[in-house]
Design a protein around this ligand. Structure first.
Ligand code: DAT
Ligand code: MG
Length: 141
């Protein structure tokens, strides 16, 4: 079967804390390949589309605001079962509950804010990955 791709974001908290390199290191150490990487200021349009599934939830607007609080590192990551595998590397959504050994478990914490600053995003299905890669890397083959 063809190698799978996922969309990874290092969120503004991760970039701000200087953890982009550590997070990319873990991805590469696992054996996944970085196919495209860019640092950018996310627009409200891209973020509303990226998080469309959460529109209307109480944390939605604070989440979009947080995602615009600083640069985001976006990456297309390739590898066998990388969609599931990266979410496993990332750990549970809430950093307090994320297992040690995971990105969120080792490096994240609950900052007591309304939005969980959990360092990374990873696509949750092949459909999401295709949609999100098209959104963040419109020119990518
Ligand atoms: P994940 O990022 O693990 O896929 P998700 O898709 O359910 O989690 O939610 C997207 C982001 O929204 C998540 O990374 C942090 C934020 N979020 C989710 N649930 C939240 C909640 N109950 N309170 C505050 N922020 C939340
Ligand atoms: Mg999600």
């Amino acid at each position: 079967e063809p190698t799978e791709r996922t969309l990874v974001l290092v969120k503004p908290d991760g970039v701000r804390r200087g953890l982009s390199g550590e997070i990319l290191r873990r991805i590469e150490a696992k054996g996944y390949v970085l196919r495209a990487v860019q640092l950018l200021d996310a627009t409200t349009d891209v973020l509303h589309r990226h998080y469309a599934e959460h529109e209307g939830k109480p944390f939605f607007e604070p989440l979009v605001e947080f995602m615009m609080s600083g640069p985001v590192l976006a990456a297309v990551v390739e590898g066998e079962d990388v969609i599931k595998g990266f979410r496993s590397l990332a750990g549970a959504t809430n950093p307090t509950e994320a297992a040690p050994g995971t990105i969120r478990g080792d490096l994240g914490r609950d900052w007591g804010l309304k939005v969980q600053q959990n360092l990374v995003h990873g696509s949750d299905s092949p459909e999401s990955a295709a949609r999100e890669i098209g959104l963040w890397f419109p020119g990518l083959a």
